[in-house]
Design a protein around this ligand. Structure first.
Ligand SMILES: [Zn+2]
Length: 308
């Protein structure tokens, strides 16, 4: 489960939404019922539905013609200049009717609210970049860049991809974060729960988890484990804390792979440096060819076309 505070906030928000829609509809209905003609047909329709249902149970001919009553009701409303729809709750989500769940599964609208809450914790304070805003043609190596962006967009739209980990390596300024933001944006649009964190913040969460000794300690790492897609920006910039950093990152990665959840990492470190800093276990997990895709972006890839 995603961390309790975030889930509770999101559920509270969606409940408010539902309540609001229902209150407005009820207010409109009460107002309409002040008209005697409408009140009569409204009550008749209620009675008719109950009586007809009884007839159905006893296999008898139905007493009321519901269609006729409905038509009459519509005519009255029209005469009163009342929009029929205004008497029904105008839910923000027509799929789950603002309950947040559909057949026991989270509806995309609830996931969207969770993403909003998770985003507040991401440390990002701007609108995420998107694939649509990326103009590859400005780069000298535009073919390679376009290929990279196309491949990543495809991956975002292929939940069954065998690649569970994407590792983007390259020096500062080659646009790793920009690309990751496009990916996060695309995945959110597709209705996934996405958690974005800097490696520095990830380390802090692992430290809090490690040094807390009550039942709530899992709250610190539940978003890291449970988000459908986890983005870790700038791996390697965090200080290595003994018994915390390497072990924690390994456990997060291992549990996510175990549960078929996807992780996208950017790092300035090269492969040798990753191995030196994090050791063999993390190295081989991140660069396991069967489920990890490692892409190196070079500075020269991003040389801009000179204006003539
Ligand atoms: Zn919904």
């Amino acid at each position: 489960m995603i961390s309790k505070d975030i889930l509770n906030k999101a559920i509270y928000k969606i409940k408010q939404q539902k309540q609001h829609a229902e209150q407005i509809a009820d207010k409109n209905l009460q107002k309409a019922l002040l008209n005697t003609e409408f009140l009569n047909i409204y009550q008749l329709e209620k009675t008719a539905l109950i009586e007809n249902a009884k007839c159905e149970v006893y296999n008898q001919k139905k007493l009321y013609n519901i269609k006729d009553i409905e038509t009459k009701r519509k005519q009255i409303l029209q005469k009163l200049n009342i929009d029929e729809k205004s008497l029904l709750p105008n839910y923000k989500c027509n799929i789950c009717k603002d309950t947040g769940y559909l057949q026991g599964k989270m509806c995309t609208c609830l996931k969207a609210i969770i993403n909003e809450e998770l985003y507040k914790q991401s440390g990002l304070n701007h609108k995420l970049n998107s694939f649509e805003n990326m103009n590859c043609s400005i780069f000298e190596n535009s073919k390679k860049i376009k290929n990279l962006y196309d491949t990543m967009k495809k991956w975002c739209n292929c939940p069954s991809s065998a690649y569970l980990n994407i590792v983007l390596t390259g020096k500062t300024g080659v646009g790793k974060t920009f690309l990751m933001e496009c990916m996060a944006n695309e995945l959110i649009k597709n209705g996934n729960i996405v958690f974005w964190t800097s490696a520095f913040n990830l380390n802090q969460l692992l430290l809090k988890y490690h040094t807390t000794f009550d039942d709530n300690k899992t709250n610190y790492i539940s978003n890291l484990l449970e988000a459908e897609y986890l983005f870790v920006d700038d791996l390697g910039c965090e200080p290595t804390l003994k018994n915390v950093t390497v072990e924690g990152i390994y456990n997060v990665l291992a549990e996510r792979v175990e549960n078929n959840k996807k992780t996208i990492i950017s790092t300035n470190l090269n492969l040798k440096e990753i191995q030196d800093k994090y050791g063999e276990r993390i190295f081989s997990r991140l660069l396991n060819k069967s489920n990890s895709l490692c892409i190196n972006i070079e500075n020269k890839d991003l040389r801009l076309i000179k204006k003539s």
